[in-house]
Design a protein around this ligand. Sequence first.
Ligand code: PMV
Length: 309
Amino acid sequence: MTVSVASAPGKFVILGEHAVVYGKPAISLAIDRRFTIKVKRSNEFLINGEPLDLNLIPYIKSICMRHYMIPVSLRLDSTIPSGSGLGSSAALSVALSAAMNSLFNKKWTSETVAREAYEAEYFAQASGSPMDTSASAHGRGIALNIQDAGDHLWTIEKNENRWDISDIDVPEMTFVIGNTGIHAPTGPLVKKVKKYRETNKFASDIVDEIGDISLDGMKAINADDRVELGKLMTANHKLLSILGVSCNELNKLVDVVLPYSYGAKLTGAGGGGCMVALTDKPEIVAKAIESRGGTPYIVKTGVNGVTLE
Ligand code: PMV
């Protein structure tokens, strides 16, 4: 193959971010915003026509190293805002992994791509769970470490943690994402929670409680009980705030949508980035987000994972 093009979706986290890093249960859904990457052989590494310094983008470097550093030209195109809790770097790594494997005629599946992309994320951040990369590779919805959630997809282990990842059936629900516009890289926020959890029993109890909320959330999803699921999302947001990963702008957006939503919470690492609301009134929620300076996206779920274009 001389050129290959692959795309992979972003995601949001219904329940369980940060706690999932320690192997606690979590649930994440892929969304209709995608990272698309076109790859072709070249004499030097190029990104969107410019010379590429691989040391500046460790996600890309990690995947190129797995393909013997054969120089390639990359064209990137994305509708996922970066550093915003929507899994943009994971979608990049997943799409790149699929495109590179195809370019070099290597067999791949969503599982092999999820594994390669997780290694790239870990190489770049030196921390984190395989939630984002698995959600992006598989698409639809995934549960991590929730027994009997759905068909088992794959298991990933890193250091002392293990994540059993399953496909989940999600009833039709409407979610609205609100972007604060504040960029917040994941790595430092994950490290902040790690330190807090290691030094404070109270923080480690909160992490456990978030895991329990995800277990209850899976039951609510299976029962198609939005009222309960919304309550759990809002409770999850409060616990994340206590862990110190929310911020005023996120809290403002969560507050303003709650009167029109079953529940709302930040999604992803926090510190800025996005929140998500579960609602039956998407237009009203979108306007409310705008009224507080946020950018709303009414998102579709149930989308495909990584695909060759
Ligand atoms: O902000 P994002 O999209 O990178 O999501 C991070 C999710 C965390 O649970 C905070 C970290 C992880 O690796 O699971």
